[in-house]
Design a protein around this ligand. Structure first.
Ligand SMILES: [Fe+2]
Length: 317
């Protein structure tokens, strides 16, 4: 045993290396142990709300372009990230102009905050309006052309791919097709949830977006879930937690707030909010109208790993 390791704890040991490596490949090896390998603490995911980004996206002076909700410096990620595995952006497109996006992602989830336009992706195209949701396959560029000045909310799993230095799927090989959910149909589906009603064991009245190819998993992409949550006036969605992070767009929510680990977070119009993984959170509508927020979670990963960890918390801290 080397002298500097005598009478010490394995938890105090620095990274060990091969004593006499015979190759560069051997020299690259590092050894840790049960005492020093599992105590790395990453910066926590904060309960942040992006409010300047939507303000800029909705400002008439802002040119056509993308505004990322980037917390990479806080998260210690060497790539743009809203949460460790999810990236949200606002895209502003002036009337008559085109925004082309070619993200390194398996798919993009879009919500139309403002305006109308056309998106062309591969051989397909859709015409969208405010309130629509659509999904674009990764591995191919999408061009968004605004008929009237438009603001889109665009969410991808680019950080997930960047984490592994992975590429986008080859052209035509994405795990999703182009899928379009029109505002009118979303309204009809939400109204249906209230018409049919729910029992007390169901967590709320959220409309979950899925598609032909993800029907078995109920997800929108293999690793991402998307839900339009609705809160009737005066309603409280009870405290709960899950291992997935939630990156949400506040669509309508006057008088609404969330409580995250005991802290009140007032909603701000068109903000992108982060509900940290494992945090105990509840949503409160103190207003007079039904509230709406679109929630993207990295829940597909946790469902697949059998580790979602959803639970109601009766006595939050
Ligand atoms: Fe939640």
């Amino acid at each position: 045993m080397p002298d500097d390791l005598r009478s010490r704890d394995i938890g105090d040991m620095p990274a060990q290396r091969a004593l006499a490596p015979r190759s560069v490949a051997e020299a690259r090896g590092r050894f840790f142990n049960t005492g020093n390998a599992f105590n790395i603490v990453n910066p926590p995911v904060p309960d942040h709300a992006f409010v300047d980004e939507p303000r800029r996206a909705l400002d008439e002076a802002t040119p056509t372009g993308l505004i990322p909700c980037d917390l990479s410096s806080v998260l210690g990620c060497p790539f743009p990230a809203t949460s460790p595995l999810v990236l949200a952006r606002y895209g502003r497109i002036r009337a008559g102009e085109t925004l082309t996006a070619d993200f390194v992602t398996t798919g993009t989830i879009a919500y139309v905050i403002l305006g109308s336009g056309i998106t062309i992706c591969g051989a397909e195209q859709i015409a969208w309006d405010a309130g629509d949701v659509f999904v674009l396959p990764g591995g191919m560029a999408a061009s968004h052309t605004a008929e009237t000045t438009a603001v889109l909310w665009l969410v991808t799993n680019e950080p997930q791919l960047a984490f592994e230095n992975a590429r986008a799927p080859a052209f035509g090989q994405a795990p999703t097709d182009l899928v379009h959910y029109r505002a009118e149909e979303i309204d009809r589906q939400i109204a249906l949830l209230y018409e049919v009603g729910r029992n007390a064991t169901i967590a709320g009245s959220a409309l979950v977006f899925s598609a032909e190819r993800q029907e078995a998993s109920r997800n929108i992409l293999p690793t991402l879930t998307a839900a339009m949550n609705s809160l009737p006036a005066g309603f409280v969605q009870p405290p709960h937690r899950h291992n997935s992070v939630a990156v949400s767009l506040i669509i309508r929510g006057e008088g609404c707030f969330s409580v995250i680990d005991g802290k009140r977070k007032d909603w701000s119009p068109w903000a992108t909010t982060i509900t940290p993984p494992v945090s105990v959170h509840s949503h409160h509508n103190g207003g007079t109208e039904q509230a709406r927020f679109l929630i993207i979670q990295d829940g597909g990963i946790y469902y697949h790993a059998r580790a979602m960890g959803f639970e109601f918390v009766e006595h939050p801290i």
